[in-house]
Design a protein around this ligand. Structure first.
Ligand SMILES: Cc1ncc(COP(=O)(O)O)c(C=O)c1O
Length: 386
């Protein structure tokens, strides 16, 4: 490994996870079974939520959350323009129409005020995204959803650890969807979960995650054979024991890893506070964000060159995200034009994400800061950063 290079992300899987995955391989049941149940229980305990269903991605969780609320053709679902495409794609996957709304220019998040103008008689649900790890205004969204009879599904792919008062992922939405994708706060390569306070929704999601079968292999294993049946059409989205074996140790370390990411973000914010032409989304209270990503917002005209310069100097960077309504597919299918959702478009044109992961050393953090200052700020200002 190039010692000088600072990767954009590096997972924190260690000896315990490696030992557990080997142990999982020694079991008879490799698919959904005791390791999945254990990770679900650990997450339920951590989040203080009644029901957790392990799935093979957050995309699957979003898709099944919509299906479990009977959302389909003819229905509209409001999603933010500043998110990963999975949020809107899941709506299309169940045959409904994603209605893409603008976001708050200061946080990048969908708000009740930016979503409400898009509510029509066809609207069935809203999917707020806790972007970069920052909890959306879930009290406001709950109020709006209740007033207009809507389902509230949280895209919590970036956020497990955050709290704002009594708001946590899943506390105010009808469901929340988590991701354990390769670069997420906890990871098993590919994976996800749906969390909910509603036992019926959890049960339906579990059934829909396995073809709509009335029982799975684990619950049948070792028992006298009985025929299973199928009541409705489902998908094949279940999580397996091999991947789930990696999750429980990371769930135990969630707060510790988040604390390190918060400290790195605090240092980034301190160092970048006075640099002209460099902004970042505002986090209103330290605990309110899980600090999944640290994006900076630079001059749109210089953004792509800045990315190339940073990469050339050994700093791993990426873009989270360009506004989704201007992706070719959505622009063509729904006729979205540039200028229609200005806050998301502006963020999408200016944003780039810096390295952020718990095992980053202080030296690596300072190297990122120095290089960013050199690339983004006029040279005369660089001294102020050090
Ligand atoms: C905001 C957001 N939503 C949904 C997803 C989809 O997650 P998964 O890859 O687990 O399907 C991602 C993944 O990058 C994401 O960032």
């Amino acid at each position: 490994m190039d010692q000088a290079r600072v990767e954009f992300f590096r997972h924190a899987l260690g000896a315990e996870e490696k030992a557990r995955i080997l142990a999982a391989l020694d079991e008879t049941i490799l698919t959904t079974g005791k390791y999945v149940a254990e990770a679900e229980a650990a997450l339920a305990d951590y989040l203080g939520i009644e029901h957790v269903v392990g799935l093979d991605s957050c995309t699957a969780a979003l898709h099944l959350a919509l299906l479990a609320h009977d959302i389909g053709p003819g229905d509209e679902v409001i999603v933010p323009a500043m998110t990963f495409i999975a949020t809107a794609n899941a709506v299309l996957m169940c045959g409904a129409t994603p209605v893409i709304a603008d976001v708050d220019p200061v946080t990048g998040c969908l708000t009740p005020a930016t979503a409400e103008p898009h509510v029509t008689s066809r609207t069935r649900a809203i999917i707020p995204v806790h972007l970069y790890g920052l909890l959306c205004d879930m009290v406001g969204f709950r109020r709006l959803a209740d007033a207009r009879g809507l389902v509230l599904i949280e895209d919590s792919a970036h956020c497990i650890e955050a709290r704002r008062g009594d708001v946590r992922p899943g506390s105010h939405g009808d469901c929340a969807c988590l991701s354990f994708y390769a670069t997420k706060n906890i990871t098993c390569g590919e994976g996800g979960a749906l969390i909910t306070r509603d036992a019926k929704v959890a049960e339906r999601v579990r059934t829909l995650s396995l073809h709509g079968m009335t029982s799975d292999a684990w619950s049948r294993y070792g028992k006298q054979y009985r025929h299973w049946d199928m009541d409705e059409l489902g998908w094949k989205y279940n999580l397996d024991n091999i991947r789930a074996s990696l999750l429980t140790p990371q769930i135990r370390r969630l707060d510790e890893m988040c604390a390190r990411r918060r400290a790195i973000c605090a240092r980034y914010e301190e160092a970048f506070a006075d640099i002209e032409n460099l902004g970042f989304p505002r986090v209103d209270a330290p605990d309110a964000s899980a600090r999944h990503l640290f994006p900076i917002w630079v001059d749109a005209a210089r953004r792509d060159d800045s990315i190339a310069d940073l990469q050339e100097r050994g700093i791993g960077v990426t873009v989270n995200y360009r506004a989704i309504h201007l992706m070719r597919y959505y622009a063509k299918r729904y006729g979205y034009l540039p200028g229609s959702l200005p806050a998301a478009e502006s963020i999408g044109a200016r944003t780039l994400s810096l390295p952020l992961f718990p095992d980053m050393t202080d030296e690596q953090v300072e190297r990122v800061i120095d290089t960013v200052a050199d690339v983004v700020a006029p040279r005369a200002q660089t001294a102020a950063v050090r």
